[in-house]
Design a protein around this ligand. Structure first.
Ligand SMILES: O=P(O)(O)OC[C@H]1O[C@H](OP(=O)(O)OP(=O)(O)O)[C@H](O)[C@@H]1O
Ligand SMILES: Nc1ncnc2[nH]cnc12
Length: 170
């Protein structure tokens, strides 16, 4: 199945010059979404890790069924003010602006082996920020796994310290 055909380009969203990769057509097609989760599972099962970490909001959509499918722990990274316990946070830049993400201070323990999951890898800013929080907590990022990467933004250069796997490359 050609998963790429279920991702729609929306020019000039959320701002002029950005071509937004819209995954909602993929979510709306049960067979395509299922195929996507199974293909991500195949990749994730090759990795020796104990915790999956994913950012709000689109990361959750892919990480939750994936964690369920392969029986792994899931740690949510959220936008500010959403997590109820003590948090650590990081400010970062992504393709279309600046943002902040938070994680519970006790979510990652020293020695944890972490797989980070998201939908779109654009500049890699979001992944780099999450990796920093994980490493500050003593965890090791063993892989970054995303549905699609925007190769022309060269996220792999910025993430050269990490193993990066994706299903679609633009
Ligand atoms: O590689 P980058 O340049 O950092 O961009 C990628 C990030 O941008 C999007 O999230 P967004 O912050 O738009 O949040 P959302 O999932 O709530 O839509 C996407 O889901 C990734 O997390
Ligand atoms: N072009 C893009 N499409 C969808 N999500 C994104 N996150 C960052 N850049 C993006």
């Amino acid at each position: 199945m050609d998963l790429e055909s279920f991702v729609r380009d929306v020019p000039n969203f959320p701002k002029e010059g950005v071509v937004f990769k819209d995954v909602t057509p993929l979510l709306k097609d049960p067979l395509a979404f299922r195929e996507c989760i199974l293909r991500l599972s195949e990749k994730a099962m090759k990795v020796d890790f104990n915790i999956m970490v994913a950012p709000e909001a689109r990361g959750f959509i892919f990480a939750a069924p994936l964690a369920f499918e392969i029986g792994k722990a899931l740690v949510p990274v959220r936008k500010p003010g959403k997590l109820p316990y003590k948090t650590k946070e990081i400010e970062y830049e992504l393709e279309y602006g600046r943002a902040t993400l938070q994680m519970h201070v006790d979510a990652i323990n020293r020695g944890d082996r972490v797989l980070i999951v998201d939908d779109i890898l654009a500049t890699g800013g979001t992944m780099q920020a999450i990796a920093e929080m994980i490493e500050e907590s003593g965890g090791e990022v063993v892989e970054i796994l995303c549905l699609a990467e925007l190769g022309f933004l060269e996220p792999r250069k910025r993430l050269s310290r990490y193993s990066v796997e994706t299903l679609i490359t633009y």
